[in-house]
Each structure stands twice: as structure tokens, then as C-alpha cells.
Design a protein around this ligand. Structure first.
Ligand SMILES: Cc1cc2nc3c(=O)[nH]c(=O)nc-3n(C[C@H](O)[C@H](O)[C@H](O)COP(=O)(O)OP(=O)(O)OC[C@H]3O[C@@H](n4cnc5c(N)ncnc54)[C@H](O)[C@@H]3O)c2cc1C
Length: 326
């Protein structure tokens, strides 16, 4: 019988949104294929998160909680996850497609000799086979993927499943996983964890994101986007070009190698709309684009487009928003 194992990461002792989404993905999958869903949670202080997973629907939770697991050390994490896979006998292992899942998922698939399906969203079961759907070409097309291998590892695109967790009928069992690898022999070592100073909501949580690209022109001008974001109660995002230029932090980058977001409103300023950027906003409800090039691809995705130099539009936009919102 199939068994689904979901990987959950821990942030400051609690389950982050992505881990809650991934448990719901696992629960939905297990109800369709008639399998059990189990979880593996790894971190420096993972016991509280393990309790929550057990209460919210994981029938068994493999918990590796050890101070050596502070910060992402791939070798150590993979040893714990592989151990959990062995004990559980799971044939379908789900990761959130965040930076941790994108790092660990492929490595685990390699170790297990399993298939890897990345950025999957939905699935159907047909003739006993799971068929996974995943967006491609910047969300302009969907591909369907089936694997013949006995074990499959998936990364699931953020925002594809609800993050609210319902209580389960019964509490799952918690199994402690000892750390079976000496931290000193790990190939990668975390020397220091530097927490980014909090600037309010992150792009992944904000319902309005004001994003800037290379067209903004300078770090000083980029900082000016914060005023519009503040008026709208949103967060500032960035294209990779703006991130690479050092105008924004990596955590603000939207797109294929950045964050996949689903705000109600996305305002793209001086961003051309490369497919790798659009991948990050496939699920944005409304997109406003400001670009001086009327042929910029971002206008194909925009709900509303303004063809102009942003410098002539932004001050007025901020003023009008202030008047409307108060
Ligand atoms: C493997 C891979 C992964 C990638 N991942 C990502 C990713 O996660 N996120 C991402 O964003 N990119 C990613 N990229 C890079 C991507 O291909 C583009 O290079 C990048 O998105 C371009 O950023 P941009 O739109 O800011 O810059 P550009 O493409 O240079 O566009 C700048 C735009 O600003 C406009 N403009 C200029 N001046 C003004 C002005 N004064 N007023 C208004 N408009 C103006 C221009 O008309 C132009 O359209 C990836 C690329 C690869 C190969």
C-alpha cells in the first residue's frame, strides 16, 4: 500500500506556512489514493512542530530535533529524512518548493534512486497512476508528468494548497529520530545564521506587492518604492536584475529562483516580464505594470498597463492612493 511522507521545516520552533500547506497537500493526496500520510520534521527545536503535525493529521511524525540542525545543513537533514523514509516505507515524498525543498528534494531523489517532479501543483489518479500537473513557460502552459519509478519525490509549488490546518480525529504517534551523522563530518557547515532585519510583511505573505526591476535605475530610486507599498499596506518585491544589482535582498526576489507569490495585487515597475519572473506571479489576482516600452512582455500578463516612464507616474500614484485610502 502507498504511503505519503511530507517534509516539514521549522522556523523559530513553529511550522511555517509552507510546511502547513505541504501537510494539507499530503492529506489531500492520501485521501485520493487511500494512503496514510506521515511527516518528517527536522530542526534545532522541532518538538513543538512535531506535536502540531501529529494533531493536525499526520498518522506518524518522525522528529529530528537537535541543536546541530540549526540552519540548513543538507547532509544532516538528508540523513534524517532518508532514515524517516526507510522507517516509514513511504513511496511518495513531498517537499514545499521553497529554497529548502528545492535544495533537499533533488538530493533526496538522487539518494533514493527515485523520480523527481518539481513545482507540481495538482494531481489526478488514473488507472492506478498518479498524474501530476506543473506549470511551465512562466505559467503559460501546463505539463503533465507520470513516473514509472516505485518511489517519487515531489516539490509542491507554494500557494497550491491551503495553509489552514484542521484538527485530526486522533493524534498521530511521534517517533524520535536520533541524528545518525556526526555534524563535524558534514560537507557543508553553517558558520553563522544572520537574520534579516524584519521590514514588516514578506512578499510571500503580503496581499499587495510593489515590485521593481532594472528599469528603476538605482538603489536610491528603488528605496522610493517602499512609500507606495506602505500606503497600500504591502511589501516591496524585486526582479532578479534588481536583486543582482544589490538594490533589494534575495528574500525579496520574485520568480523561478526567488519567491512564488499569490498577492491580490502585484505592481510591476520597470520590470520587462521575463518568463522566469512571471513564474513567480502565476497566481497573482491582479497585475498592474508600469513600463516605458509598450512591447514589454509584462503587459501580456497585466490586468492594467501604464506605458510611461515610472518617474512621471509614481509620485502621482502615491498621492492618489493616499487620498483614496486616507
Ligand atoms: C535560470 C534563471 C532563473 C531566473 N530566475 C529569475 C527570477 O527568479 N526572477 C526574475 O525576476 N528573473 C529571473 N531570471 C532573470 C530573467 O531572465 C530576467 O533577466 C530578469 O527578470 C530581468 O529583470 P528586469 O525585468 O528587472 O530587467 P530587464 O529585463 O532589463 O527589464 C527592465 C525593464 O524596465 C523598463 N524600463 C526602463 N526604464 C524605465 C523607466 N524609467 N520607467 C519604466 N520602465 C522602464 C524597460 O523597458 C524594461 O522592460 C532568471 C534567469 C535564469 C536564466
Amino acid at each position: 500500500m502507498s504511503k505519503v511522507l511530507v517534509f516539514a521545516s521549522v522556523q523559530d520552533g513553529v511550522l511555517p506556512k509552507g510546511s502547513r500547506e505541504i501537510l494539507n497537500a499530503g492529506k489531500e493526496l492520501s485521501s485520493v489514493i487511500g494512503a496514510e500520510v506521515e511527516a518528517v520534521v527536522v530542526g534545532a527545536d522541532a518538538t513543538g512542530a512535531a506535536e502540531e503535525l501529529a494533531k493536525k493529521g499526520a498518522s506518524k511524525v518522525y522528529c529530528a530535533s537537535d541543536t546541530d540542525l540549526a540552519g540548513l545543513v543538507p547532509d544532516l537533514y538528508l540523513t534524517c529524512i532518508e532514515n524517516a523514509v526507510k522507517q516509514s516505507g513511504a513511496d511518495t515524498i513531498l517537499f514545499d518548493a521553497d529554497s529548502t525543498g528545492r535544495d533537499l528534494g533533488p538530493k533526496l531523489a538522487y539518494r533514493l534512486g527515485a523520480s523527481l517532479i518539481t513545482e507540481a501543483t495538482t494531481f489526478v489518479q488514473k488507472d492506478g497512476k498518479l498524474i501530476w500537473n506543473r506549470p511551465c513557460y512562466g505559467g503559460n502552459a501546463m505539463s503533465t508528468v507520470i513516473t514509472d519509478r516505485a518511489v517519487q519525490v515531489l516539490t509542491i509549488r507554494p500557494h497550491s494548497y491551503d495553509a489552514d490546518l484542521a484538527d485530526a480525529d486522533s493524534k498521530g504517534e511521534i517517533v524520535n529520530l536520533p541524528l545518525e551523522m556526526d555534524a563535524a563530518s558534514a560537507a557543508t557547515k553553517v558558520l553563522e545564521v544572520i537574520k534579516e532585519a524584519s521590514k514588516g510583511l514578506g512578499v510571500e505573505d503580503a496581499s499587495v506587492v510593489v515590485s521593481g526591476g532594472r528599469g528603476i535605475g538605482s538603489a536610491e530610486a528603488f528605496a522610493g518604492l517602499q512609500e507606495l507599498a506602505d500606503v497600500l499596506g504591502g511589501a516591496v518585491g524585486a526582479s532578479r536584475a534588481a536583486t543582482d544589482a544589490g538594490w533589494a535582498s534575495v528574500s525579496q526576489q520574485v520568480g523561478q529562483t526567488g519567491k512564488i507569490i499569490a498577492p491580490d495585487l502585484y505592481i510591476a515597475i520597470g520590470i520587462s516580464g521575463a518568463s522566469q519572473h512571471l513564474t513567480g506571479i502565476t497566481n497573482a489576482k491582479n497585475v498592474i505594470a508600469i513600463n516605458k516600452d509598450e512591447n514589454a512582455p509584462i503587459f501580456q500578463r497585466a490586468t492594467l498597463g501604464i506605458v510611461a516612464d515610472y518617474k512621471s507616474v509614481l509620485p502621482e500614484l502615491i498621492e492618489q492612493c493616499k487620498k483614496l485610502i486616507g
